[in-house]
Design a protein around this ligand. Sequence first.
Ligand SMILES: *Cc1c(COP(=O)(O)O)cnc(C)c1O
Length: 412
Amino acid sequence: MLIDAARADLPHFVTHLECSKTGEPIEAGTLQNLSPAGAPILVRYDLDAVRGALTKEALAGRLPNFWRYRELLPVREAAHIASLGEEMTPLLPLGPSADGGKLLVKDEGRLPTGSFKARGLALAISMAKELGVTRVALPTNGNAGAATAAYASRVGIESYVFCPDDTPEINLREIALQGGNVWTVNGLIDQCGAIVGAGEGAMGWFNLSTLKEPYRIEGKKTMGFELAEQMGWELPDAIFYPTGGGTGLIGMWKAFDELEAIGLIGPKRPRMIAVQAAGCAPIVKAFEAGEEHAPRWEDAHTVAAGIRVPAAIGDFLILRAVRESGGYAVAVEDEAILAARERIGREDGLLICPEGAATAAAYYQAREEGKIGKGETAVLFNCGNGLKYPMPDLAMTLDRNAEIDWAEMARA
Ligand SMILES: *Cc1c(COP(=O)(O)O)cnc(C)c1O
């Protein structure tokens, strides 16, 4: 019998929280947003002690959901865990569309609420529960709102969700049906974020904005744990990550250090490649200019709504990870995104989301430019379920009362 680590009482190894900018320690077990220096807060563990507890043998006895890494997650008591079935997502090889390269897709569309936002919000909501929060709020382009509403409802927390007014209907409706109070706002995600900040006093809600609380990173870092475990504790040569707020990229980079500290992987790291859309590429611009911070991108637009993030508070952490890894940041056009989605659907039978397709477009470009060698293994993140997005109408019609021209059908 495998144990479900989400339901088991396991030892807890958090030592303290830490400002990502100054390194200043902050007491664990307290409700926190940004650090006194105005930067994201990171969670620190007693890694020497975790080394003896989170072993390959321990993992072999646990169900394949991301709570199997409990010793490196911040929730103290299993009773506080908000769970909707966070199964490990498959790592699928691509064939024809890999163009002869070694290409794997981590398909995050299988998670609850159909996107990898479930990882971050499952942890953030579990910690909110543990720390006594009863109401949360956040700005979102859709997927984070759906995950927030679902996990909050799961543990009896109220949620308030603010979306740009061009957020797809399907996201607004799923949020509402999962118990979220959802508003559309005539502005972009950072402007929705300003409303969340302004309402903290009057509404008494806890602000769950990307990187403005410590725990969404902890959830997103489980992508790094799963990837390492699924690849036999050997990381790939390159990771292409669709970068909005950058939580997943920062989280995986942290995860790799933690895995090395507990002896599960060696020093080898993948090149981290931050992929953005040409219509909203603040990180790419800062990377190319050699800057540490990325100024707000004006007139942000792209079909890949999840990476339409004009300003990221963790910009310096994204840029640091990309540079330390020997990777780079790159922007792809919407046409290339849509072409990549179509190609992978047609050649590999996998429907990916536009943000995932952006990473594929960046991979094709990297292969062409020789930035990824043929023998190298690259991993793409398909961060959302393709069914959540608008799709072209390519169906043909038949009149069942007319004579069918089979020869013409065969040519279609
Ligand atoms: C949020 C989101 C992203 C960006 O993720 P970050 O880790 O915040 O950069 C990419 N794709 C989809 C589908 C998303 O919902």
